[in-house]
Design a protein around this ligand. Structure first.
Ligand code: FAD
Length: 305
């Protein structure tokens, strides 16, 4: 209930102005976001890679209807990738892109051309790109852009949301040789016509999707903080005869860092999704919606000022 309300306000310009206006909000946001600029993000990359973790960097922003803002986002990604190149991290530091931040709401062609620029810069830095998945209305367009990108940049990955009824079929088509698929539960408010609504149903769907990925020929990226699903991942990987280096775990910056480090210490590849930039509102509200305790933490910070 509270989660749905937060997801609804995550798209309200009025709520965006109100929440962003609280001076203490920044303090709470810092728990989930690496910082406002590329320097902050690079410091987080250094810290995490020194701790044997890998990263995917997200320049915050989404749902832009402004062509200039979309071009600015591309520039920010290219600059970041050019900075990463001499560090020689290779695919230990990749990037995640929301197509709606690079023009998908304006024109699919613009989003494709922009994504191509980011993929080319990633290739020059010996790394790659994963496309985030946004609300269900964008899935067909995102998968079509992915297909085009993979012709020139075959390692481009995509996130698939287990809560969508269509995802098992999408995964059957995607889990081919060379594909990289990040499996997530799904973070948007979706109607029952397209998505499972109950947590137990989403969890069961996640396991079905995971089985398809593990039995497929691609590289599964298991993006969850859920202990039960992590245990099931190990079982399904064993059943499918997969070695530890044939899939990876992914978690969000600031969430379950103990688990991230424990999995890496046990020999798994763990990639941390590192968001940075000043357009944090939508991302932050989705993190609050996932866990009521985060809202309590936010409200306590407001009261204590
Ligand atoms: P949950 O059942 O939500 O959480 C399991 C446990 O993890 C909780 O009990 C809690 O201990 C911890 N936890 C989870 N969330 C939080 C939080 N916000 N704060 C504190 N603790 C928490 N969604 C998309 O729709 N599209 C994407 O492209 C996308 N990319 C993602 C990339 C990565 C690397 C990850 C990890 C997630 C991504 N998500 C994306 C979000 C995802 O869909 C879920 O909303 C989110 O991961 C929470 O689900 P969970 O699997 O961790 O399970």
């Amino acid at each position: 209930m509270l989660g749905s309300l937060l997801l609804a306000v995550s798209r309200s310009p009025l709520a965006r102005r109100a929440v962003s206006g609280f001076p203490v909000t920044r303090h709470v946001v810092d728990r989930f976001v690496a910082g406002e600029d590329a320097g902050d993000a690079l410091r987080a990359v250094r810290r995490l890679t020194d701790a044997r973790l890998t990263v995917t960097l997200d320049h915050l922003g989404e749902e832009t209807k402004d062509a200039r803002a979309a071009a600015e986002t591309v520039k920010a990604y290219v600059t970041m990738l050019d900075t990463l190149r001499p560090l020689g991290l290779g695919d230990r530091a990749e990037v995640s892109v929301k197509l709606s931040a690079v023009g998908q709401m304006l024109d699919d062609r613009m989003a494709l051309d922009h994504a191509r620029e980011v993929c080319a810069a990633a290739r020059d830095a010996a790394t790659t790109v994963t496309l985030d998945m946004e609300d269900h209305t964008t899935v067909d367009s995102t998968l079509s852009i992915l297909r085009d990108l993979r012709e020139d940049f075959p390692s481009t990955g995509v996130a698939i949301q287990a809560y969508l009824h269509r995802s098992e079929q999408d995964l059957r088509e995607l889990s081919r040789e060379g594909s990289r698929v990040r499996l997530v539960k799904g973070a948007y408010r979706e109607p029952a016509t397209v998505a499972h609504q109950k947590k137990t149903e989403v969890d069961k769907a996640y396991v079905r999707c995971l089985r398809i990925l593990m039995e497929g020929k691609g590289y599964p990226m298991v993006a969850t903080h859920d202990d039960r699903l992590i245990s099931i991942t190990e079982l399904l990987a064993d059943e499918a005869g997969r070695s530890r280096d044939s899939f990876e775990y992914q978690m969000l910056y600031g969430i379950r860092t103990d688990k991230q480090e424990a999995l890496a210490a046990a020999g798994s590849t763990v990639r941390v999704y590192v968001p940075y930039g000043d357009d944090w509102y939508g991302y932050f509200m989705r993190r609050l919606a996932e866990r009521p305790a985060n809202v309590a933490f936010f409200l306590r910070s407001l009261r204590s000022k």
